[in-house]
Design a protein around this ligand. Structure first.
Ligand SMILES: *Cc1c(COP(=O)(O)O)cnc(C)c1O
Length: 460
């Protein structure tokens, strides 16, 4: 008999207080933050679903590992443990420790990128794209066609469109392709998984054409969960074995350990090719640190070594994915339009559908993010026209393709009752949806405006 209540597979030994606030407090906090939730102080937030990156709670074994950190400049035992763990997981001989994912991206893509090079991905994460474009190279996204449909319950909506991959490699010629990058799970595409079959097909195409295949493996454990539960023939492998199979299809991997490494800071770049690895090691020494610590202290490496094991435990992954799905299912039952099926790390709400009376020029996603904060102290992030909208020559808004609000779930941080609370706040927002108003931008910086822009509510 399996019960439907999802219990956290841990007990709580250390607590971090949450400061509760009233609606009146929050009205003032949000006003002071110029109606931009990014500018709130964290103690003004009750449930922080801004990101799952670097927000994990560490286990007692990770904290115990921290006490064993060897802070030697060269050849630290903490490094040797981490290197052994990553080699065993990935199968790659060369491991470079970095302070987070984007440092690995800058090193690898800075080396193999440059003007005239093309990178192809199911979807480049924004730092990935930025690091590629910064070198003068081009980044092309080719997600599978079903990824565009928010409602269809396809099992692997994070897949890459392999027909388009073949066509692009043929058209641009293999020597101009910097790398093919498979992002698992597809973060910017809703945290949707990639099947092992799709990854194998991508690997075959890369082998046939001699193109480098890189895994962006930030959420490789969550992806393994979906493979085991949805892909034919995979049920008898452990989550870690599935991850090992996935890594062994690629030539290199970059991972931000702030996600499935279960640490607050950390990452790595791992490679098969010796000559690229040696070049990257030089770049690592110039910008991150010596090869046996990169951007990390010994204690960080200890915590990461333990986190990279724990993240594949059955109890943990089951709780992780089921509790995310629980929120998605609850919201759907309440009539909140959510991206289906639920991804691994976050639930995405379609704000254009939720607030049909707010035009895109008045940012319905931003309005929902503000309502969630005002009514419940919940911080989320708009992924819509505030983040990705542009202006045409006449200064009119060219809206983003979707107006979404992402509720990202930190790992091992919130309990079932916190998630119940989020659902209850949504229940109220559903009832009061006609009262929600739009916003206008009253100040914005030239780049990445969502972080610092100032807003004001508008009437009507
Ligand atoms: C977070 C993330 C990165 C970048 O990692 P940082 O640790 O934030 O630098 C790259 N790719 C994906 C898919 C990510 O989610």
């Amino acid at each position: 008999m399996t019960y439907k209540t999802i219990i956290e597979p841990f007990r709580i030994k250390v607590t971090e207080p949450i400061k509760l606030s009233s609606e009146e407090d929050r009205r003032q906090f949000l006003k002071r933050a110029s109606y931009n939730p990014f500018k709130l102080r964290s103690d003004e937030v009750i449930i922080d679903l801004l990101t799952d990156s670097g927000t994990s709670a560490m286990s007692q074994n990770q904290w115990a590992g921290i006490m064993q950190g060897d802070e030697s400049y060269a050849g630290a035992s903490s490094w040797l443990k981490l290197e052994r763990e990553i080699r065993d997981l990935t199968g790659f001989e060369y491991v470079l420790p970095t302070h987070q994912g984007r440092a690995g991206e800058r090193i690898l893509y800075g080396h193999i990128g440059g003007p005239g090079k093309v990178f192809v991905s199911n979807t480049h994460f924004d730092t990935t794209r930025a690091n590629i474009e910064f070198t003068g190279a081009e980044a092309i996204d080719i997600p599978a066609p079903e990824s565009w449909n928010m409602e269809v319950e396809a099992p692997f909506k994070g897949n890459m469109d392999t027909n388009r991959l073949r066509a692009i490699i043929a058209e641009r010629s293999p020597e101009n392709i910097g790398a093919v990058i498979l992002t698992i799970t597809n973060n910017s595409g809703g945290g949707q998984p990639v099947s092992l079959e799709n990854a194998s097909e991508v690997a075959d195409i890369c082998k046939e054409t001699g193109v480098m295949f890189v895994l962006d493996a930030c959420r490789v454990a969550e992806n393994s969960y979906f493979i085991k539960s949805r892909e034919e023939g995979m049920q008898n492998y452990s989550y870690r074995e599935i991850a090992q199979k996935t890594f062994r299809l690629a030539d290199a991997a970059i991972m931000s350990a702030k996600k499935d490494g279960l640490v607050n800071m950390g990452g790595f770049l791992a490679l098969k090719d010796k000559s690229i690895a040696l070049d990257c090691q030089n770049l690592l020494i110039i910008s991150e640190g010596f090869t046996t610590y990169g951007g990390l202290s010994g204690r960080d490496m200890e915590a990461m070594t333990v986190g990279l094991r724990e993240v594949f435990e059955d109890g943990y992954l089951n709780y992780r994915i089921k509790s995310t799905q629980f929120l998605g299912d609850r919201l759907q039952k309440l009539g909140v339009p959510v991206m289906r099926p639920s991804g691994g790390h976050a639930i995405y709400v379609d704000a254009k559908k939720f607030y049909p009376h707010i035009p895109v020029e008045r940012f319905p996603g931003h309005s929902l993010a503000c309502e969630l904060y005002l009514k419940g102290g919940i911080r989320s992030v708009e992924i819509g026209s505030v983040m990705f909208g542009k202006y045409d020559e006449e200064g009119n808004l060219v809206p983003a393709p979707n107006e979404l609000v992402r509720l990202a779930i930190p790992r091992r941080v919130y309990t079932q009752s916190h998630i119940e609370y989020v659902a209850e706040v949504f229940e109220r927002l559903v009832k009061e949806r006609a009262n929600a108003r739009g916003y206008k931008i009253v100040w914005e910086p030239p780049f990445l405006r969502h972080f610092t822009a100032k807003f004001e509510p508008v009437n009507g």
